[in-house]
Each structure stands twice: as C-alpha cells, then as structure tokens.
Ligand binder design. Sequence first.
Ligand code: UDX
Length: 445
Amino acid sequence: MKIAIIGTGYVGLVTGVCLAEIGHEVTCIDTNLEKVDQLKKGISPIYEPGLEELMEKNRAAGRLEFTNNSIIGLKDQEVIYIAVGTPQSEDGAADLTYVFNAARNIGENITRNVVVVTKSTVPIGTNAKVRQLVMSNLQDNVCAEVVSNPEFLREGSAIHDSFNGDRIVIGTDNQEAGDIVEEINKPFGLPILRTSLHSAEMIKYASNAFLATKISFINEIANLSEKTNAHIEEVAKGIGMDSRIGNKFLNAGIGYGGSCFPKDTQALVKISEDCNHDFHLLKSVITINENQKTLLVRKAKERFGTLRGMKVALLGLAFKPDTDDMREAASISVAHELVEEGAEVIGYDPIAADNAKKVLPEEVLYADQIEEAIKQADVVFILTEWKEIVEKTLILSTLFMNEPIIFDGRNCYTNEDLYNLEVEYISVGRENLSKIRENRVAAVI
Ligand code: UDX
C-alpha cells in the first residue's frame, strides 16, 4: 500500500519505518528541511534502539522516502497518517494547531480518495473535525474518511513494541476505511480491536491515565510502607500475583515523566472539565506524581538537616533509561530544588546530557563519565536506572566516596545487595538499611 506520514517526530518516524518494514511504500513528510536532510542521510533525530538500522534497511530497499514537499509527498497516496505533535497548552488541553494544519494540507493536496489515519493523541471528537477540515479544503473532486489508530509505543522499546504490542486499535465510523487500515496492519500479527471513532480516541487517554494511576498508587503504598515497616517489592509482588491487578507498572520510585503520561493525564482532566465532569481521581494522580519527583530531596534534607554546600551527583537525567528524552524528567524538579537548597549539583547521563543542558538550571555541572560524577560527590542520587548506572554506582561509591551514601529513586538494589558493604542506602518504600543494620546488631547483643 502507498502511505504518507505527516510528521517525523518520535511517533511518525517509528510508524513510518515499521510500516515500510512490513512491506508498504512509505513517504515521510516533515516541514523541517534540516531534519529531512538528516533523515535522507540515514541519521535519526531521536535516540531509539534499532531505529537507524531499520531505517537504513528500508531506505536501501526503496520502501522509505523523506520529503519536506507536501505536494509531492501527498500526491497519489492511498492512506495518509497524521503523526504530528499535540503539545500541552497553558490550560492543560492538547494544542491541536499542528493536527489541524496537517488536515488542511491534506485537503489541499490530495489527488484521489484517501483514508486519513490519526496517530497523534487527540481529544475525543477531534477526528470528526479533522475530516471536516480535509473536506472543506479539497481542490479536486475526491473524498476522505478518517480512522483513529492510537499508538502505545514506549520510548526506548518502540520498535520492539511495534511488532510485539498487546493490541492495535482501529476506530472509525466508516467500515471500508477501517478495513483498509486493518489490512495495512495485518502483517504485524497483533490482535486488532475495531471500535467507533470516539472510543478509539478515548482508549488512548484512558490507557495512559490508567497506567499513570497504577504508578501513583504504588508510590503511595511505598510511602506508606516506609511508615509501617512493610517492604514495597514484597507488597507489589503480592498484589501483582492477583491476575485482576497484574504485575506490571508496579515499580515504586520517583514518579513518571516523559512525553505521554504527564501531558495526557492533564489533557484528560481538561477534557473532563470541558464536559463538566470533575475527574477527582486523576487530579490526585497528578498531584501525587509531582510530589513524588522530589522525594529524594526531602529524604536527604531529613538525613542531613541542610544540603547547603553539599555536592550531589545526579545519576541519570532522562525520564527513563534508553532514551535521551528529558521531557518531564524527575531530574528537572530535583535539580531545581537542590540548587534552591544551596547544593552543588553534578549531573551525569550516558545519552541525555546534551538535552539536559537545555532544561536543567544553569548552575548544574556535568560529568562526562560516571566515575567523575561519583568522585566529586558527597552524596549520590540515582534518578534513572540506566544499565551502566545500576552496574557501577554501588562499586564506584565504595571506591571513591569517604562515607558512601546513595539515595536511590529507582530501587536498583536490594538491601541484601548492600548488607555487607559500608554504604548508607536510602531507597523508596523500604526500611532504611542503616535501621535494619542497627536492629540486627541490637538483636545480636
Ligand atoms: C508511555 C506508555 O507506556 C506508552 O504506551 C504510550 O504510548 C506512551 O507513554 P513511555 O512514556 O515511553 O510510554 O514510557 P513508560 O515505559 O511507559 O514509562 C513512563 C514513566 O513511568 C517513566 O518515567 C517510568 O520511569 C515510569 N514508571 C513506569 C514507573 O515509575 N514505574 C513503573 O512501574 C513503570
């Protein structure tokens, strides 16, 4: 099938590359000429494991092209995907400027009947407006139908998720358009769910809101576990074994960040407000998450009294491992609070440091190597569980720090890993190791 994709951001590029991989002829369109030039050279603008290799393979096979010219890019296409950004507006709503521009652009340039597939996350009812916009800008005597086909890809494993996801949702009120999109997606071999247009739009928001809720819930249980001497991993395992709850997304820590959960939860609250519905639960999920991001700063203040003049190494700056994405990363709130408290902050991230420099306070210093960060530090904060950080932090802290102390926001180690090491270790949702040691010593005496 001949397919055009508008937008070569994270979603558009991964979708285009994966559709080419299953045999479609794909043209990716982006207004940013510099980006298109890079893509034509095989360089991906985002760090995503496996993406460049797959891009190169499909470009070489002649199934994947890039252009900044919509007239050429949209001509003779059977299916056109909209995969542009829907950033958060000041009032929390999704900003639909790019989506509506894409719709106008489609109307002005299509030369045959098309199916417009929306990948961008858009409020319920938006796809009907997309269709209206396409139809009211037509130059030729052609027609367009719309299909909502939300993405559920995780950054860092987007290629894997494209071929191994749990489901593909195809929402439309036009049977024939839905059949075409189903046909396109069949080679992925994943379960396909057909729904109405509005239900598909809601599924995307409801999925992300539910996952965010699960994270805030387990974080609250973790905070309570600390106060009641329960152990969060045991609790998470115990509740996760109930198949009605499920064992995924129960890792307690310093909250969720990224390009989806924060933006989509805010947008769903706004959608609710617009319908005069007060979504109490989701508002609490958001507040809990904001508080959770700076948990380690509060723990450190409790431990030391003041952080003024202390050198704090922040290990892992991206919102999660295997990505260079800094959007809504906990490191941003943590760095700001530490600087306000008068601490000296040294940041380290294997991949995201360049992006971090654009968003962290200018007082933050950066280390090129994890060794360098830990050597300079009085105290270490683990914010992102990169493999390198998990493998090296413990051992390097014992080697380079006089009195090693680690605040771990991602529970990378078990208390047993640390038991025989001279490291003070403070994590999330567990009794402090020092307290356990004291209790064991007291028991022996
Ligand atoms: C998410 C959704 O998973 C995906 O389906 C959607 O399409 C886009 O948003 P992504 O933001 O890439 O994907 O990352 P994800 O792996 O879901 O993690 C999001 C955040 O939640 C990260 O900050 C992560 O550290 C945090 N998280 C995740 C937890 O704190 N605990 C968990 O148990 C899981």
